[in-house]
Design a protein. Structure first.
Length: 309
């Protein structure tokens, strides 16, 4: 009998978990009579009753396992822990808030089985229920990253996907600390099919993403999958050298012909401000890469497990 592992990262999802489990079990009864399910709930250091809810399910059903972190490590870490623990032949990542409809699982499973794909990934085609400003920046981010990175990232991609064991083994063999899974899934390759659905709103609770968190996540994605900003700052540096070379020539010739009346201080100050701004900006870019490298070489664990079953 084949086994599907369902990995569910949970951070303060006490209300969503029972709803999620109920709906997914219904799908199992209806669509997967011949397949074994394994649930891996990853409690990402929740401060509410999330772990108790998971333990309740686990005592009812042998197939429900859990991992509980010692603190909040973030969704990326939770997904990795789940992938590390999963024992199924096929592995799926799903949010606890039912934004990833379990009813799609059968279709995804059939596509892998019958059409020879290694991974079925999902993207939402609408961003209904999301603040427009957030959608705008998300779109800009995907445009930018696809320009500057070799790894393709799909706009509106969700983490909800069904993968073969082989693909998951390759994803988990990448042990980098600054994880940006959407990029890693694309990086490992394999035949991926994208299916689309309309955005579904959360069943309960609130989104864990603030604008600032998303911004940091976007920077993470860029530094993890592109060095274009470094090239950009080198290019600006070079451009300024060339411009200043011609300016110096111009000033020397002008002085030789017209003498040197002291003027032009305001423009001088503007230039100093502008150039030092560009320098700081470039230093900031280098600093971003350096800080990521710093975290990487420390080899700290991505997550710490307090208890599991
Ligand atoms: N999540 C997590 N750790 C975190 C933040 C979120 O495990 O630090 C989980 C959360 O419980 C949910 C999933 O990641 O199951 C997606 O989170 P959310 O619904 O807040 O994100 P959105 O769907 O709004 O992108
Ligand atoms: Mg959600």
């Amino acid at each position: 009998m084949e086994k599907i592992s369902i990995i569910v990262p949970c951070y303060n999802e006490e209300e969503s978990i029972p709803l999620f489990y109920k709906e997914t079990e219904e799908v199992k009864m209806k669509d997967f009579p011949e397949t074994e399910f394994e649930y891996i709930f990853v409690d990402d250091g929740s401060s509410d009753k999330t772990l108790d809810e998971i333990k309740k399910l686990s005592s009812q059903n042998e197939a429900v396992r859990y991992i509980s972190f010692s603190r909040n490590f973030g969704k990326e870490a939770a997904m990795l822990a789940g992938l590390d623990e999963a024992t199924g032949d096929y592995i799926t990542l799903m949010d606890a808030d039912l934004q990833d409809p379990p009813s799609l699982l059968r279709k995804m499973y059939d596509m892998i089985k019958n059409e020879g794909y290694d991974c079925i990934a999902t993207r939402r085609i609408t961003r209904k229920g999301e603040p427009p400003i957030r959608s705008f920046f998300a779109r800009c981010f995907y445009k930018l990253i696809n320009h500057i990175s070799d790894v393709k990232m799909v706009d509106g991609a969700r983490d909800f996907r069904l993968m073969t064991r082989q693909m998951v083994d390759n994803v988990t063999s990448i042990r980098e600390y600054n994880r940006f899974s959407k990029g890693l899934f694309s990086f490992v390759g394999f035949k991926t099919k994208w299916i689309e659905y309309e955005n579904v709103e959360r069943v309960a609770g609130k989104t864990k993403w603030s604008f600032w968190k998303l911004f940091k996540y976007a920077i993470e994605g860029i530094t993890a999958f592109s060095t274009a900003p470094l090239i950009f700052s080198s290019f600006i540096g070079l451009l300024f050298c060339v411009v200043s070379f011609f300016l110096i020539l111009f000033i020397i010739i002008k002085t030789l012909i017209y003498g040197d009346p002291t003027s032009g201080w305001p423009s001088m100050v503007c230039i100093i401000f502008f150039v030092s701004g560009v320098q700081l900006f470039s230093l900031g870019i280098i600093g971003q890469y350096l800080s990521k490298t710093y975290l990487e070489v420390k080899h700290r664990p991505t997550y710490i497990i307090k208890e599991k079953k």
